[in-house]
Design a protein around this ligand. Structure first.
Ligand code: ADP
Ligand code: MG
Length: 356
């Protein structure tokens, strides 16, 4: 309350709006509210994991991401090879989230003189490894010097058949809410890395203690994109009604689907898939385990909805969990705890992550 009042006072003084108050999505909405589309081929512009362009019997998908040193990655514990791999993967994931096939990528960097050519070789080894694994052609980019640090911008093209492409906006009341893999480990991996970094800063002779956290650290440093799920849908005859990738955390992504689809949602906390060791580690860090999944992010799993009639097809597939269902908008967006309490789903900041 007080914080809000203070912000308002600050605003009244300058007459300017702070970015902190708008938030990332508020800022995007504000900047893009006057955007017009001039080409009928642009089927979907701003607002999904990728833009969608009509190309006859198929659609072209297009997405871009910016990674800034100190904001998105910390080179104290992020090996450059992993960074290159991850930068490619997070873009590939956006194409997977549209139910598409990733095809071509551009990779651009702004780099300060702190970096050697050998260091950037490492970065590119990672990029090329990802391109090989996901069969993506690296077709261009741009290279610039930078005053400080490293900045990476990746853009990606993909394609899908018209009837396959899957938007955030297609969920309907009654649809089942499903997720691939397990959630929360990438965030716990980040906490382990941050902890070891602070130990290292206190005593540079200390070696980081990372053994026993391989899964969590791997999920943070070397995520994979779920391009395999598209084939699973084809093989089982399931058509997802909406889909998004989990980059910001389960709660935030659920809210995106609800907003764009105009539906509510009932999520069952006890159904959220998590690695057992990750649950234990979360408690050690005094975080409610499900909150690591809800607010942690960077797992790059896929969150999607299917029609209720697809229940039989999906219920026994290993590696897919049904975690809730969509409701009428009037029922709100809620999470049901194992003891039956109903909690509104909010895209929490870090403050909400602590066990009190
Ligand atoms: P994702 O997390 O999938 O990368 P974002 O949350 O970054 O997506 O972006 C949401 C939507 O807003 C996307 O359609 C993206 O292309 C668009 N967008 C983000 N930033 C800008 C911007 N500065 N100008 C125009 N569109 C933007
Ligand atoms: Mg996305």
């Amino acid at each position: 309350m007080y914080e809000k009042k203070d912000k308002k006072t600050a605003e009244a003084k300058t007459g300017l709006t702070s970015l902190a108050e708008l938030g990332e999505f508020g800022l995007i909405d504000r900047l893009t509210k006057n955007v017009k589309y001039y080409h009928p081929e642009t089927l979907k512009g701003i607002g999904d994991d990728a833009a969608v362009m009509d190309a006859g019997d198929k659609v072209i998908l297009f997405s871009t991401d910016l990674l800034v040193e100190g904001i998105h990655f910390d080179l104290t514990y992020m090996p450059l090879k992993h960074l290159g791999y991850k930068a490619a993967v997070v873009n590939i994931s956006d194409i997977a989230a549209m139910n598409g096939i990733p095809k071509q990528m551009t990779f651009s960097l702004a780099v300060s003189s702190r970096f050697s050519a050998e260091a950037l070789d490492e970065l590119y080894t990672g990029v090329i490894m990802a391109c090989e694994k996901y069969k993506v052609d690296l077709v261009g980019g741009d290279t610039s010097s930078n005053i400080k640090g490293l900045m990476i911008s990746v853009s990606i093209l993909g394609e899908a058949k018209k009837e396959e492409v899957c938007y955030r906006s297609g969920a309907r009341s009654g649809d089942l809410l499903c997720v691939t893999g397990d959630l929360g480990s990438a965030y716990i991996g980040l906490l382990v890395l941050e902890r070891e970094k602070s130990v290292f800063q206190v005593d540079p002779n200390m070696q980081p203690e990372l053994t026993g956290f391989d899964y969590q650290i791997g999920r943070q440093l070397r995520p994979e994109a779920r391009t395999d799920i598209r084939n699973l849908f084809i093989g089982t005859g399931i058509s997802p009604t909406s889909m998004i990738d989990i980059s910001d955390g389960l709660a935030s992504e659920i809210l995106h689907i609800c907003k764009q689809s105009g539906v509510g949602c009932k999520l069952f906390e006890g159904k959220i898939p998590m690695d057992e060791h990750t649950r234990e580690l979360a408690k050690e860090y005094k975080i409610i385990p499900s909150v690591a999944a809800l607010s942690g992010g960077e797992d790059y799993e896929l969150l999607f909805t299917v029609k209720q009639e697809d229940y039989e097809k999906i219920k026994d597939i290993a590696g897919i969990s049904i975690i809730g269902h969509m409701t009428a908008p009037s029922e709100g967006k809620v999470m049901i705890t194992p003891d039956g309490k109903s909690i509104p789903i909010t895209a929490q900041g870090w403050d909400g992550m602590r066990i009190r």
